[in-house]
Write a protein that binds this ligand. Structure first.
Ligand code: FMN
Length: 192
């Protein structure tokens, strides 16, 4: 197969999506949508994330050193897309109904609708040119009970929660169908 060269792109490399939850200065929760999330090893499994530019999530992580990462499923996509296009610096961003709980170990807001919630504590940060990398300790992971049901296969359990992936500025269902371009599912959410 012939190859072509392209600069600085991750097109055709699907990524999993997470909503990062932090508490604002006034103690109310903020959530933002992120895909630059992966794992690392430092005696135990850790998480590594990159945040580009200035955003409220970054400010709040730097202020409190803790946040949650909530796996995005197909059911959550309209809300998640909205949380990815609306800035936390807009005071009305979080003016909607959502079932928001608290971490079991860390003081972080978690989205109860998400089947997997990481509770993360920053261990190290690296300031880059316009971005910042955070290496995090996974202090706890909250799983929906159904994910621990070993009478159901991993395939069935994954299919049931249906995590969304993204590449080429497009969202994809767990089974690979396109679910819209970035910014599209939010329109449904904003209609109410
Ligand atoms: C699909 C998608 C993925 C995103 N992933 C990231 C990411 O990994 N890193 C980042 O810095 N911003 C990312 N963003 C942008 C943030 O979600 C966006 O700036 C959001 O408004 C941040 O919310 P906040 O201001 O409440 O922190 C992504 C946006 C979308 C739509």
């Amino acid at each position: 197969m012939a190859k072509i060269s392209r600069q600085g792109t991750n097109d055709f490399c699907p990524q999993t999506l997470f909503l990062y939850g932090t508490y604002k200065e006034d103690g109310t929760p903020d959530f933002g949508l992120f895909c630059w999330f992966s794992y690392c090893w430092d005696k135990t499994l850790g998480a590594m994330v990159c945040i580009g530019g200035e955003k409220l999530t970054k400010d709040r992580i730097k202020a409190g050193h803790v946040f949650s990462a909530n796996l995005v499923t197909e059911k959550m996509l309209p809300m998640a897309d909205y949380l990815g296009i609306k800035s936390g610096y807009d005071a009305d961003k979080m003016n909607f109904q959502a079932d928001i709980g608290k971490g079991e170990v860390l003081n972080v807001p978690v989205l109860m609708e998400s089947p997997v919630n990481f509770e993360l504590e920053v261990a190290q940060n690296m300031v880059l040119d316009g971005g910042e990398v955070f290496l995090c300790r996974i202090k706890n992971v909250l799983y929906n009970e159904e994910l621990a049901d070993e009478s159901s296969s991993v395939v069935e359990r994954l299919k049931k929660i249906a995590p969304v992936s993204t590449t080429c500025e497009t969202y994809f269902s767990y089974t690979g169908e396109a679910l819209g371009a970035w910014g599209e599912p939010a329109k449904e959410f904003l209609k109410g």
